[in-house]
Design a protein around this ligand. Structure first.
Ligand SMILES: [Zn+2]
Length: 112
């Protein structure tokens, strides 16, 4: 079955910030919100991931937003093929297609 024809039939968010997706083919997945955020497909995040890592520092310096556990605040349908996700770090420009979420679920370590 081509993955394009698969769509979420049920969504839930667990207290530990795992997005639980039930798919039209019956499969159920739990995707950590952090994992989804790290794969954000928007231009800004793509550029960030492509950039070389910053030089090492002696102590990790986290902003207040980064120190808080990342939460998913909202999820709006975009057409009938994707969702717009609103994260607690203020980011809400990423459009996650059903296909992309499904690929993340099937291959959590797949590079972007
Ligand atoms: Zn992004």
């Amino acid at each position: 079955m081509p993955s394009m024809s698969i769509y979420p039939t049920q969504l839930a968010l667990s207290p530990d910030q795992q997005l639980q997706i039930t798919w039209s083919d019956g499969r159920r997945d739990a995707l950590p919100v952090r994992l989804i955020r790290d794969q954000c497909p928007c231009a800004t995040c793509r550029e960030k991931r492509a950039a070389p890592p910053p030089p090492p520092t002696l102590l990790p310096v986290l902003s207040a937003a980064e120190a808080q556990p990342l939460r998913l605040l909202g999820m709006e349908p975009v057409g009938n093929y994707a969702y717009s996700l609103h994260f607690s770090d203020g980011h809400d420009t990423g459009i996650f297609t059903f296909e992309m979420l499904r690929q993340l679920a099937e291959e959590p370590n797949r590079p972007a």
